[in-house]
Design a protein around this ligand. Structure first.
Ligand code: HEM
Length: 221
């Protein structure tokens, strides 16, 4: 029996995009867990002199914080200057009312999702939002860092951190907003994972797999 190819595959995510996606995912999970611990250090009794636990957890937070900061910078660069325009093309859809209607309709099983790039307009706007939230977390995180570590890199960014602190109305505000925006990542992660699995089922194509392998599959017509 001869095999008939019914699907063709297309490389949609470069290795760099995939690697950075998973570094970001890991960093964000660690940052949420360690961040909440920093704000409520429940493992050590208040009267105890054992402060190493807090120190180690803050150390992990800072390491993954720098990982996230580096990836955020590289990812902004890749979005604008990367070789493939598959992400940038979505801007076209964001500016078209028809594309929005097509995406919303396809979500309620009315018609297909036609898109110029790799993301639908609603998806793209959500990713821009979470990327800006990441940028905000990196800036406020670095400001908090400069207030804990006064030498080396902390000292280097001290002046600009002081300027940013004044802009936000004091260090307490920087810390509170760094804490509040943490919730944006928790809400995003739950919806993001749900939508990734759901859209793979709804549109019968690779979805979760493609951010691992890079490939998407389309049915031949
Ligand atoms: C999605 C990313 C991030 C999340 C969810 C997150 C979460 C948190 C949370 C919940 C806190 C505790 C705030 C409080 O005291 O109530 C915190 C503190 C802190 N974060 Fe982040 N953070 C993130 C990114 C970063 C980055 C990029 C840096 C930069 C290095 C950073 C550096 C710090 C520092 C220095 C503190 C204060 C530690 C202390 O008070 O000793 N964070 N973070």
């Amino acid at each position: 029996m001869t095999q008939v190819a019914t699907h063709h595959r297309e490389l949609i995510f470069s290795p760099a995009i995939r690697i950075f996606h998973w570094i970001r995912a890991l960093s964000i999970v660690v940052l949420i867990a360690t961040g909440f611990y920093i704000s409520w250090p429940f493992l050590v009794a208040p009267e105890s002199s054992d402060v190493l636990v807090q120190g180690w957890i803050r150390f992990a937070h800072v390491i993954f914080g720098f990982a996230l900061t580096s990836v955020t910078i590289v990812r902004f660069y890749l979005f604008f200057f990367g070789r493939s325009s598959i992400e940038r093309r979505s801007v076209k859809d964001v500016l078209s009312i028809n594309s929005w209607i097509t995406q919303i309709k396809s979500y309620i099983w009315m018609g297909h999702l036609n898109k110029a790039g790799v993301y639908g307009p609603l998806q793209f706007v959500t990713y821009v939002g979470i990327s800006l939230a990441a940028l905000f977390m990196c800036i406020t995180g670095l400001v908090l860092y400069a207030n804990v570590y006064h030498e080396g890199f902390g000292g280097l960014i001290w002046e600009i951190s002081a300027w940013f602190t004044a802009l936000m109305g004091g260090l307490a505000q920087v810390r509170i907003w760094h804490h509040i925006i943490t919730w944006a990542f928790i809400v995003f992660m739950v919806i993001h994972v749900y939508m990734a699995v759901w859209s793979g089922i709804r549109f019968k194509h690779n979805s979760v797999d493609s951010i691992v392998s890079g490939y998407d599959y389309h049915k031949d017509h």
